[in-house]
Design a protein around this ligand. Structure first.
Ligand SMILES: Cc1cc2nc3c(=O)[nH]c(=O)nc-3n(C[C@H](O)[C@H](O)[C@H](O)COP(=O)(O)OP(=O)(O)OC[C@H]3O[C@@H](n4cnc5c(N)ncnc54)[C@H](O)[C@@H]3O)c2cc1C
Length: 378
């Protein structure tokens, strides 16, 4: 599969933006566990955020493949900054797919313009991979929902103006997959409390929070999609966003490979540079081949999503394989730096720490393999 000229241009523009705007600041953001939100605004102004949002809601109306290509290029330059910028629309996919016309008009343009940020609260302290076992509850009182519960590891939990809450609305349903709904809440209200999580292994520029919801209110019209259909909507949502995570892994691996190549070309050893040693060439060849394979896989799975033919097993293969590739390549790239890779001055140490998240969020690698295996064996 080959990219068309527009897709190539998007990739090049994203690379140029990332290199010009955040390459030199990434180390500082990682150290301080902070980000400069003016970079998010600038990325919005330059049209990199929410490109998958349709033109009538002021997005570029591009596909999830293009959105993922931007992620690949941002993560190639720095995973933490890439996540800090592009995660700001995490949840818009759900509104676009299941929201009413009024909801799409109200929320989506402000996300594209960088005026508002959204988060999605699915995970709870006691419910991660088993999303159907969440406890957060929304109870109807008159013309509103009253929500109580807790959410864990919420990206942009401290910054988001709105959070989609995956919560139980139909506890009496016998089928646990028909108990949940997705409700949008304003975070600017008493009862919504977000506490920043410090000390993450990687993507430290990206905000992650623990959220508690105490009698948080949302008008009934803030239900996204159908009541009791939240679990199925979530699976549809992940079909789109997991390609994006696969792209993150590929971008990270590509960036790590480039650092390794640059290092072994310069590093003197055994009467020449490391790059002249066959053992080193084999390592580089293996890393490059795995990246190319991971890239082809996610391009294809994203392409099928954009054609309206999502293949959940293929998407899971793309995400699992990209995470595996990111962790493998970052490890090899650090190895090729020798002792220099072990100290913070070199960016490869940060990439090595960042890589692991691709195997954890939006479906751990075990969850992805379960989807692939159970699909094949049923
Ligand atoms: C930086 C960061 C950002 C995040 N952002 C968000 C966000 O914005 N919104 C959100 O809702 N969540 C977010 N998450 C949460 C993330 O999606 C979960 O951490 C992830 O889904 C795993 O859930 P868990 O941590 O509860 O682990 P668990 O589900 O407890 O899993 C622990 C281990 O058991 C394994 N396991 C579980 N079930 C099975 C099984 N059936 N078969 C085999 N192995 C299994 C898992 O693979 C894993 O290795 C984020 C997490 C992090 C770290």
């Amino acid at each position: 599969m080959e990219l068309n000229q527009e897709q190539i241009d998007i990739k090049l523009a994203a690379r140029e933006f990332a290199e010009g705007e955040f390459r030199d600041r990434a180390k500082e953001f990682d150290e301080k566990e902070e980000f400069d939100l003016s970079l998010w605004k600038k990325a919005c102004e330059n049209g990199f955020v929410g490109t998958f949002i349709k033109e009538e809601y002021e997005g570029a109306g591009l596909g999830y493949l293009e959105h993922s290509l931007i992620a690949e290029e941002f993560w190639r330059v720095d995973p933490g900054c890439g996540q800090a910028i592009l995660s700001t629309t995490f949840g818009a996919e759900m509104i676009q797919a299941f929201g009413t016309e009024a909801q799409k008009k109200k929320y989506l343009p402000l996300l594209v313009r960088g005026e508002k940020m959204i988060a999605f609260g699915i995970t709870e302290p006691d419910a991660g991979s088993d999303a159907a076992s969440i406890k957060t509850k929304a109870i109807k009182q008159g013309n509103k929902y009253v929500i109580n519960g807790a959410k864990m590891f919420i990206t942009n939990g401290c910054y988001a103006n709105w959070m989609l809450v995956f919560c139980i609305t139909n506890p009496e349903e016998r089928d646990p997959h028909k108990r949940a709904s997705v409700i949008l809440v304003d975070t600017d209200q008493a009862g919504f409390e977000a506490t920043k999580i410090h000390g993450k292994l990687g993507i430290r520029a990206s905000n992650t929070a623990e959220v508690s919801l105490t009698n948080v209110e949302a008008p009934l019209e803030n239900l996204i999609g159908r009541e009791g259909n939240g679990f199925y909507q979530l699976m549809d949502f992940f079909n789109k966003t997991r390609n994006h995570v696969a792209a993150q892994g590929v971008g990270l691996a590509q960036g790590a490979l480039e650092m390794a190549i640059s290092h072994v070309r310069k590093r003197k050893a055994f009467g020449g540079n490391l790059s002249h040693l066959q053992g080193i060439q084999f390592m580089i060849a293996e890393m490059a081949t795995r990246i190319e394979a991971a890239r082809s896989l996610y391009w294809r799975s994203a392409f099928l999503v954009d054609k309206g033919k999502p293949d959940p097993a293929l998407i899971s293969m793309a995400k699992w394989n990209a995470g595996d590739t990111a962790v493998y390549v970052a490890n090899q790239a650090l190895q090729l730096h020798g002792g220099y890779g072990y100290i913070a001055e070199y960016d490869i140490q940060r990439f090595y720490r960042d890589a692991k998240i691709v195997e954890i969020y939006e479906g751990t690698k075990e969850v992805e393999k379960t989807i692939i295996g159970s699909g094949l064996l049923k």
